[in-house]
Structures are given as structure tokens and as C-alpha cells.
Design a protein around this ligand. Structure first.
Ligand code: GUN
Ligand code: ZN
Length: 463
């Protein structure tokens, strides 16, 4: 990378770099010396070997055009360009308490560290936290995030506005709780109606903004905090509006017991959401750790998507989600950082946690347990599969022609065990990113070719 190289802020541009991506047709694409061209609308126009691109540029059109094309190239070698990561599950107001409360069980942790924090997520707090959170997400390599807000409507408008300005691709929802709530300002008999109305209003203001970059998710917190009416009515709103529906499922054994007590007519936890009309392709359920065969079959049948949150599941000792079993059932699964139950925003850290969970299951279960995923499969789960879980895989999730240019650029030298160690094997590259991450290894991030604030850029690497 030549000294003084700075990253492009706006499309169009051409990056010369190592390119690493899952491919829609299966497998992984890797170009050691690649060209990635982004057109003026922010779409990927070419992903090709550098020599081929340069030859085409110099033979096509007039000489002055060719010179202009070549002069627009930003040479980032030996950095690696990857698709931006897709975080399917993160709590915006919880970021300040990330890393606090390890080992508590879910319901104790919520009561001690989370509900009091979310209760303070007023407009002023949202103004302070949301822009910082989006910068931190971009610095971690996340270009798409599906988020929970708090229960307060004004804080959601502020969060959406901050996402609109920052440029991240964001799906956000006001948390809905009509029992076991921290919102003591509303009369109990009005919470249901107000929560539905405020959520519908937020959806009408924000869902689909900026050509779909911002979307709304109706967000009943979980069955412990919601009556059957809240679950059913919120699912109906999601269906009517085409917005997403997100909630937590089967994370912790005490939670599951409480759900069984609150919903005695339901067959199991999945059935609580099924009866509410909540299952389906626009639904993302987080955790889903302790499921029966019946529940797995029902999630697969309804094409409901799951957010796998392995770091969170270890942090709160919630359990080991059997990922291989769900993938074998054909369920769409992506990764969720689940901050603050997950201590870090990084999905690379979650690839590592997920891999350790699979290894742990193999240690416990022996050779009959499913084999590990290779690192490039974890990259797929954190990018293209996350996009597929959201129904966005035709737009984002991989470096392929026609997709929107949601990209990150990483410096693999920062994760080398000693200087000079390098690799051109995609699995080895991703393996070091996941297992030896450096907090500053993501140098740049773009959504639709527009650079996001957060990552430090490349100037600091010169020399
Ligand atoms: N279940 C209900 N609310 C929450 C939350 O905020 N975090 C996690 N991890 N699980 C939940
Ligand atoms: Zn969560």
C-alpha cells in the first residue's frame, strides 16, 4: 500500500486489494491481487483479478478514459477486503454495560444490570450513545445491525436519525413489554395499547427509509415480558407492514420454566410464538438454545430465522446452541453479538466463541458430534447467511457483481503472530481474524460505497 493512501469516502471507486468472500453458489472466492469496482450508485460493478481489470481498463474506450479509471484506483495491498458483517442481534441501550455481570443467570442479570440501564435510555442518553454505538459497530466490521432499542419512543427516533446520518444499515425496534417491565411511568392498563401505537408510528416513520437501508422490527422483548395479546398484536402489525418481528427464544432454563408457567396452554416455548402468529420468514429469534425436535421442526417448517449468539450464551452460562443440528434442519442462522450479554460487538469474536462451543460439544460428546466448521464457513455465517436470515442476500453479504457495496477492509498484518507471517489461504486468513483478533484490524467500512465513521482508516499504517 503506497504511503499516504487514504480510503475513498464516496462511490465511484476501485479498490486494488486481496478480496475474500463467500459465494452465493457455495464456496469461497479469494483473489490475491483483485480489483473491486464500485459504481456511482454504490453497487459492485466488477470483482476480478487485477491484471484482467487493468487490461480491460486500458483497452476500453479512449485513452483519457483509461487514464481516469486507473487514476481512481486505491491500492490497498496487502490489506484484505471482505463483505461487511451482519449482526442479527444487538441491544443498543445496553452498550455501556457490555462486559459486566458474567456468570449471572439471565433473569438475575436483566434485573441487576439491564432493566435499570434501559430505564435511563431517555432522549439525551440516546443522543449520546447511539452515534458512538454505530461508530463502534463499524470499527468492529459490522455494516448491518438488527437492534433492540429501549421502550421509550423518542429514543427510537433518535437512534434511527443517528443511523440515517452515520450510514450503517440498521433494523431497529422499540422494545415492547406489557408485564415485567421497567417502564413505571405508564398506567398498566394502557401499556399494551400505547406500545402497539408507538411501535406502529415508528414503523410508519422509518421502515424502508433510504431505499431500505433503515428498516423496522416489531420487538416484543420475550414471552416473560409480554402477554399473549402483545405477542399476537405485534406479530399482526409486522405482517401488515412487511416489517420484521424479533424476540428472544429459549435462552435460559429458568426463563423457559417461567414461560411454561405463564403460558400453560402452549406445548412449548416455540408454540407460544407460533400461536401468536410470530413465526415466519420475516422473524428473527435470538438464542434458541434448548429446543426439542418438535420446536426445531416447527422453526424449519415456518422458515423462521435464528440469531446465534455464542459469546452471550457463554457469558451468562445460558447453554451451548447446537448449531450443526439447526443447519442440518435447513434453518437460516446468522450471528448475533447480543451486546451486552455478549461482551463484544465483534462478530469475529463470535465466530471464535461459536467455534469453541462446537469444539466443546465434541469434547463432551465424542467423535459422533458434528465436525467443526472451517473458518470460511464461519465467515459465511457472519456475512451472507446473516443477510439471508434477513432476506437481504440479493443485496448484500458477499462481494459479487450487482450487490450493494457493503464492505470492510482489514489489515491481516495486525493478527500475525510475528511480523512477516502471511497467508494466501482464505481459511488461514479468517482463522487468525477470528482467533487472534486485534481491536484495530478493521481499517475501513462502507455501506453502498459510502464510508462509515468508526474504523481508523489506513493513514496510520503508512510506512
Ligand atoms: N431476554 C430478554 N431480554 C434480554 C436481553 O436484553 N438480553 C438477553 N441476552 N436476553 C434477553
Ligand atoms: Zn438479546
Amino acid at each position: 500500500m503506497p504511503a499516504g493512501t487514504s480510503l475513498p469516502d464516496r462511490p465511484p471507486f476501485v479498490l486494488r486489494a486481496r478480496l475474500l468472500t463467500p459465494l452465493t453458489g457455495g464456496g469461497t472466492g479469494y483473489l490475491r491481487d483483485g480489483a473491486l469496482a464500485v459504481d456511482a450508485t454504490g453497487r459492485i460493478e466488477a470483482v476480478t483479478d487485477w491484471e484482467a481489470w487493468a487490461r480491460a481498463a486500458t483497452t476500453a474506450g479512449r485513452r483519457s478514459d483509461a487514464e481516469a479509471m486507473l487514476s481512481a484506483v486505491v491500492d490497498l495491498r496487502p490489506l484484505v477486503v471482505l463483505p461487511g458483517l451482519v449482526d442479527l442481534h444487538v441491544h443498543l441501550p445496553q452498550l455501556p454495560n457490555a462486559g459486566v455481570g458474567a456468570g449471572l443467570d439471565l433473569l438475575t442479570w436483566l434485573g441487576r444490570y439491564i432493566f435499570p440501564l434501559e430505564a435511563e435510555f431517555d432522549a439525551a442518553t440516546a443522543e449520546r450513545v447511539a452515534p458512538a454505538a454505530f461508530r463502534a459497530m463499524a470499527a468492529a466490521g459490522t455494516t448491518t445491525a438488527m437492534m433492540y432499542g429501549a421502550v421509550f419512543e423518542p429514543s427510537l427516533d433518535i437512534a434511527f436519525r443517528a443511523a440515517e446520518t452515520h450510514g450503517i444499515r440498521a433494523i431497529i425496534g422499540k422494545v415492547m413489554m406489557d408485564r415485567l417491565t421497567y417502564d413505571d411511568r405508564l398506567p398498566a392498563d394502557r401499556i399494551l395499547e400505547l406500545s402497539l401505537r408507538q411501535s406502529a408510528d415508528l414503523c410508519s416513520r422509518w421502515n424502508g427509509r433510504d431505499d431500505g437501508r433503515l428498516q423496522y422490527a416489531f420487538t416484543p422483548r420475550f414471552a416473560v415480558s409480554c402477554t399473549a395479546d402483545m405477542l399476537r398484536e405485534s406479530a399482526a402489525l409486522a405482517r401488515q407492514t412487511g416489517a420484521y418481528w424479533q424476540t428472544h427464544l429459549s435462552e435460559d432454563v429458568h426463563e423457559i420454566r417461567e414461560v411454561a408457567r405463564l403460558f400453560p396452554d402452549a406445548v412449548d416455548y416455540v408454540d407460544v410464538y407460533d400461536r401468536a402468529g410470530g413465526l415466519g420468514p420475516r422473524t428473527v429469534l435470538a438464542h434458541a438454545i434448548h429446543l426439542s425436535d418438535r420446536e426445531v421442526a416447527r422453526i424449519a417448517e415456518t422458515d423462521t430465522a435464528l440469531a446465534h449468539c455464542p459469546a452471550s450464551n457463554l457469558f451468562l452460562a445460558s447453554g451451548a446452541m447446537p448449531l450443526a443440528r439447526y443447519l442440518a434442519a435447513g434453518i437460516r442462522v446468522g450471528l448475533g453479538s447480543d451486546v451486552a450479554a455478549g461482551p463484544e460487538l465483534s462478530l469475529f469474536a463470535n465466530m471464535r466463541a461459536g467455534a469453541y462451543v462446537m469444539n466443546g460439544l465434541r469434547v463432551l460428546e465424542g467423535d459422533d458430534a458434528p465436525g467443526p466448521l472451517v473458518p470460511s464457513e464461519w465467515l459465511r455465517i457472519g456475512t451472507l447467511d446473516g443477510a439471508r436470515a434477513l432476506g437481504l442476500d440479493e443485496r448484500i453479504g458477499s462481494l459479487e457483481v450487482g450487490k450493494e457495496a457493503d464492505l470492510i477492509v482489514i489489515d491481516p498484518r495486525m493478527v500475525a503472530p510475528i511480523p512477516g507471517i502471511d497467508s494466501d489461504d482464505p481459511d488461514e486468513i479468517v482463522s487468525r481474524l477470528a482467533f487472534r483478533p486485534h481491536p484495530a484490524m478493521v481499517r475501513g467500512a462502507w455501506v453502498r460505497g459510502r464510508r462509515l465513521d468508526g474504523p481508523p482508516g489506513t493513514e496510520a499504517l503508512d510506512g
